[in-house]
Design a protein around this ligand. Structure first.
Ligand code: GRF
Length: 205
């Protein structure tokens, strides 16, 4: 019998290049995991196409079909629980998650953000790094708590910012690193190498 695979659900809203990086790592056997479900809150998001291409189960959940965030998130929770997943990965999921959702999967939700947190949480992180004249930026994988992009940091990668950078060039440089550190962070979790301690993540030997 093959060993039980670590089960992921990936939440997306757009292009899905981080979803692709996770899929590729699994295919290369760098990640001993499987994606049980991809959920999109945006219909026809390119990420959904990528998921279909790889034969993954995809579920579109339209927030506009629900009267409020709680009822939308209750369905989201039900769907995820039905797959008994080990980890919820936000990959460009453009919706803030409420307390109910976060409590339902406490310590088991991670996100990738295109800045060196705690600098530039929230939207347009690359643009704001440029506006501030930052000389370095990067990306961060972190556990998700109720603070927007504020949970315990798992890993980061740094990239330089050049004088002639614009938002597109900086975003591209950061994205390259995102695709490396996101699957690596998932691997650390599935290998049991991380413990959350208050604001911090401890990397066990
Ligand atoms: C990435 O820059 C990620 O850091 C941010 O949203 C973007 C998603 O890109 N949270 P993609 O959909 O994975 O290509």
């Amino acid at each position: 019998m093959s060993p039980k695979k670590f089960k992921l659900v990936v939440l997306v809203s757009g292009r899905g290049s981080n979803l692709q990086a996770i899929i590729d790592s699994i295919k290369k056997n760098d990640l001993q995991a499987e994606i049980s479900l991809v959920i999109s809150n945006v219909n026809h998001a390119y990420a959904m196409e990528r998921a279909h291409e790889h034969g993954l189960e995809v579920f579109f959940l339209n927030p506009k079909s629900y009267p409020d965030r709680n009822s939308y998130e209750n369905i989201l929770i039900e769907e995820i629980l039905s797959k008994s997943v080990d980890l919820v990965c936000l990959a460009g999921y453009m919706q803030i998650l409420g307390k109910n959702f976060i409590d339902a999967f406490s310590g088991r939700i991670i996100n990738i953000h295109p800045s060196l947190l705690p600098a530039f949480p929230g939207l347009n992180a690359q643009k704001r790094a440029l506006e501030h004249g930052a000389r370095f930026s990067g990306c961060t994988v972190h556990f998700v708590n109720e603070e927007v992009d504020g949970g315990p940091i798992i890993s980061q990668a740094v990239v330089p910012i050049f004088d002639d950078d614009n938002e597109a060039s900086l975003s591209e440089r950061i994205l390259e690193q995102e695709h490396i550190i996101y699957p690596e962070a998932i691997r650390l979790i599935l290998e049991g190498k991380l413990t959350i301690s208050g604001r911090r993540t401890i990397h066990n030997k």
